[in-house]
Design a protein around this ligand. Sequence first.
Ligand SMILES: Cc1cc2nc3c(=O)[nH]c(=O)nc-3n(C[C@H](O)[C@H](O)[C@H](O)COP(=O)(O)O)c2cc1C
Length: 353
Amino acid sequence: MPLVCLTDFQASAQERLSKSSWDFIEGGAGDGTTKDNNVAAFKKIHLRPRYLKDVSEVDTKTMIQGAEVSAPICIAPTGFHCLAWPDGELSTARAAQAANICYITSTYSTCSLEDIVTAAPKGLRWFQLYMQTNRQLNQLLVQRVEALGFQALVITVDVPMLGNRRHDLRNQLDLKSNLLLKDLRSHKGINPMPVLQMSPIDSSFSWSDLSWVQSITQLPIILKGILTKEDAELAVKHNVQGIIVSNHGGRQLDEVLPSIDALTEVVAAVKGKIEVYVDGGIRTGNDVLKALALGAKCVFLGRPILWGLACKGEHGVEEVLNIIKNEFRTSMALTGCRSVTEISQDLIQFSRL
Ligand SMILES: Cc1cc2nc3c(=O)[nH]c(=O)nc-3n(C[C@H](O)[C@H](O)[C@H](O)COP(=O)(O)O)c2cc1C
């Protein structure tokens, strides 16, 4: 049977992956409440279509941080792509380049940054940084990323320490012994640091340290994991260029707001001064439309990309991206939008149920 929607890929990926890999990809923190609510929250938003508009041509293109993407649907950073497909991030990068969208490469990539760039030299790429305790290593990584043509630095703020992931504890998952995190290992001639541990995240990193990152890079800085208006205001005050409203796919602090519900207060707080994006639970073209109606400039997909990768490698990721892009085009036409700039809050209504 053909795979025609993202959840078809989910079911097929589960059949192909080992239990521990599947649990690692799919699992949420704690009871999995936020993970499930991320998806469910979209279904509580209804659409208000407008008809008798000429939608014979629908344009899904948009701009993020000054670069054009074919649709406001890009790839969130996820680690360990080699768990899903042998050449891991290389396939993801090629599919992103073919789709003309942005791929945020994770600090925990299983292929080296150099190999990823070689695989897809023309792709729009941002780099996701987990701040390491060693400042010099962060600096070397940022400089390397900048030299390799990554166009933004995405600092993940919701992992001062790892969330409580019960599946991985039960499965005694040990990624470190199975996969090489090439970018965190010593890199001859470039990175004189010794091999790092698996979780060297700097849990002391705070707002006042952002200026240090700004002093070592020209790249725009985007904070990923903001969920409140208070932190959104601080982000603007600290002169970052963007926010990804995210709860890490429900993998960090369980029982926080679904990302789509947190989006509204963040958008209101930044008052249009910086771009706001969202990830978490986006599975259909309608979900994308709802996120844009609530003020997101673009959405990012996490697990669905790994499902595509697990099913068919590069072609699976391409199919996932094409399916949701086509669904989004249909959602736009059926609500009367010819371009993404016509997507407004009037198109949605929160359920009273
Ligand atoms: C298997 C997996 C690995 C992830 N690895 C990272 C990571 O390395 N860095 C990061 O900032 N977020 C990471 N995330 C979170 C994603 O960037 C994103 O916030 C989340 O997956 C979005 O939700 P969705 O999976 O429902 O689309 C990971 C998520 C998953 C599922």
